[in-house]
Design a protein around this ligand. Structure first.
Ligand code: PMP
Length: 315
């Protein structure tokens, strides 16, 4: 099935991707006045089930983003969860997927603002392989671009227009031969990657910037903090981090819905530890990967099944 034939949810109903058109003058497209989510579904071939990961948390964050942007989503979190699973079932996926809910200002006229402009809501889905080719780890650099400050645009909301910041940083990193950028905040502390949160391990403790460091409050970040504490018994510290702490780290890794847990092998040409996947990152990554496939009974509540109990089956 091509993307254009796939089923999406738009204008309050299920349509094909091709039918759900957006006009050239749409506010969201011209001014970046939208907010969105990125959600993953993992296909478990043994169970013949597509597990959607932390679906409620993503739709709660979407509601928060919309509230910050004075936008209205015409569906509750529970309704959104139902629509998303129905959508995946209608597309009869038997592979990993990425789900992209989007709320945007949809008037087709000129004049940037948030008030007095109607909102639209849509969800599209797409088969998903790997965000990074990262078995050997990522070469990261500290970006010359600073992470947008919360005094400039709300960093807690996942705002479409805000991603120009990520795009500039990521492109600069790649054009300079790196895989990923690490953005500092405007006061010079470590913020995050272009679309992922950042963790470091030092003397067996896990550190990550606290939520006041202009980071997106990542859902994978929260999951990893929980797993580190509850399952690995590791002390976790959320605080401002300096650039040189990146160079001194024993292990460094990114977390994100798309990225999963991916280790960084060097920062600004300095190897992280011995440049290989470290034990804490490995343990967290293996646990996270088992959880998203539904292989950890204790964490089945993090997953929403697509096909279980549904009339449309994957077969
Ligand atoms: N920071 C930014 C800027 C992001 O775009 C993302 C991806 N959503 C993340 C962090 C990681 O967040 P999550 O774990 O919720 O995907």
């Amino acid at each position: 099935m091509s993307l254009y034939e796939s089923t999406v949810f738009a204008q309050g109903r299920f349509l094909t991707y091709d039918e759900a058109r957006v006009g050239l003058l749409t506010h969201g497209l011209n001014y970046g006045t939208g907010c969105f989510e990125g959600i993953r579904g993992y296909w478990n071939a043994d169970e013949r089930e597509l597990h959607l990961v932390l679906l409620r948390e993503h739709f709660e964050r979407l509601h928060t983003s919309a509230r910050i942007l004075l936008m209205h989503i015409p569906h509750s979190v529970d309704e959104l969860m139902e629509i998303a699973t129905e959508l995946c079932a209608r597309n009869r996926y038997e592979e990993n997927v990425y789900i992209r809910p989007l709320v945007y200002k949809n008037a087709e006229d000129v004049g940037v603002r948030l008030t007095g402009v109607d909102d639209a809501f849509a969800i599209a889905t797409i088969p998903f392989k790997h965000y990074y080719d990262a078995s050997a780890g990522l070469k990261a650099c500290v970006s010359s671009w600073r992470r947008i400050d919360d005094t400039m645009a709300p960093v807690r909301a996942k705002i479409t227009g805000g991603y120009i910041n990520a795009a500039l940083a990521k492109s600069e990193a790649q054009m300079n031969g790196f895989d990923e950028a690490i953005l500092l905040s405007s006061d010079g502390h470590v913020a995050e990657g272009s679309a992922a949160n950042l963790f470091l391990v030092k003397r067996g403790k896990l550190f990550t910037p606290d939520p006041t460091q202009n980071v997106l409050e990542g859902i994978t970040r929260r999951a990893v903090l929980t797993l580190a504490q509850d399952e690995l018994g590791i002390e976790v510290v959320e605080r401002a981090l300096d650039r040189s702490e990146l160079y001194a780290a024993d292990e460094l890794f990114f977390t994100g819905t798309a990225a999963g847990l991916v280790f960084v092998n060097s920062v600004d040409h300095r190897p992280v530890g011995d440049g290989r996947l470290g034990p804490v990152t490995r343990a967290l990554r293996e646990l996270y990967e088992r959880i998203v496939l539904g292989r950890e009974t204790k964490y089945r509540s993090w997953l929403t099944p697509t096909y279980a109990g549904r009339r449309v089956s994957a077969a």
